[in-house]
Design a protein around this ligand. Structure first.
Ligand SMILES: [Zn+2]
Length: 244
């Protein structure tokens, strides 16, 4: 296979692993005001609550395991290489890393890392699923933020993702799993790809249900079911294409 396989995933890929989606009715944000725990303009004012919230999420991730969909992406990346299998996710959890996916573009950051907000320091450090209670290990100051993109904050990886999506070629495959298309407007890219005269990649969509933010008719294959069952069918399509 000459082309690349690009995965674009959201909360739906982690849902079968027991991670509740942020925006669900039972989602984690329900018990917290979003503006208090996830906003660049107000987080310092709510410093203790912000850390309490993310400490709790980290703690809840300790016993979560990757599912068949995470594992398949890892397997495929191992087989074809990191340049051929590009994994873009909106998820901040560590299930791709637990599944041994070597390279993932985390559009909204990673909860297992912290970033020092002092401009002259800016240390990024790994804390796994442990609580953050201390100070920055480098400058020893306390203005440290979870490495999660907040509202009113730039998402540095968006640029990379947009470049990858704009650069999709006919020989590529794009697999969208578990996203409503509400936060990152994947629909715009799909529409552009679909009606472009020189791009004809295979387009695959897998969500639990239809979303008003994604036009399903632009995809070649649509699976409205859990990613754990859909992944077998996606695998078949990809296998066929690999052998071509
Ligand atoms: Zn620092």
């Amino acid at each position: 296979m000459n082309g690349k396989i690009i995965f674009f995933t959201g909360a739906g890929i982690s849902a079968p692993s027991g991670i509740s989606t942020f925006r669900d009715e039972n989602g984690l944000w329900n018990n917290h005001k979003i503006d208090e725990i996830c906003n660049m303009k107000t987080w310092v004012k709510n410093y203790d609550n912000v850390h309490k919230f993310y400490n709790e999420i980290r703690d809840s991730l300790k016993d979560k395991e990757p599912n068949l969909a995470h594992k398949y992406i890892a397997e495929l990346q191992n087989l074809l290489g990191e340049d051929k299998v590009i994994n873009i996710t909106q998820n901040i959890d560590d299930l791709f890393e637990k599944a041994k996916v070597k390279k993932t573009i985390h559009l909204h950051g990673e909860i297992n890392y912290m970033v020092c907000q002092r401009v002259l320091c800016n240390e990024k450090f790994y804390i796994g699923n442990n609580k953050f209670e201390g100070v920055c290990p480098k400058c020893k100051q306390s203005m440290v933020k979870p490495n999660v993109v907040f509202f009113e904050e730039e998402a540095p990886e968006y640029y990379k993702a947009k470049r990858i999506l704009n650069d999709i070629k006919t020989e590529d495959i794009l697999v969208v799993i578990g996203t409503s298309g509400n936060v990152f407007n994947i629909n715009t890219y799909i529409k552009y790809i679909k009606y472009s005269t020189y791009q004809r990649p295979v387009l695959i969509l897998n969500n639990m249900e239809d979303s008003k933010y994604i036009n399903k008719s632009n995809f070649d294959y649509v699976f409205f079911e859990s990613c754990e069952t859909a992944i077998e069918k996606i695998k078949e399509i990809i296998n066929k294409k690999i052998k071509e």
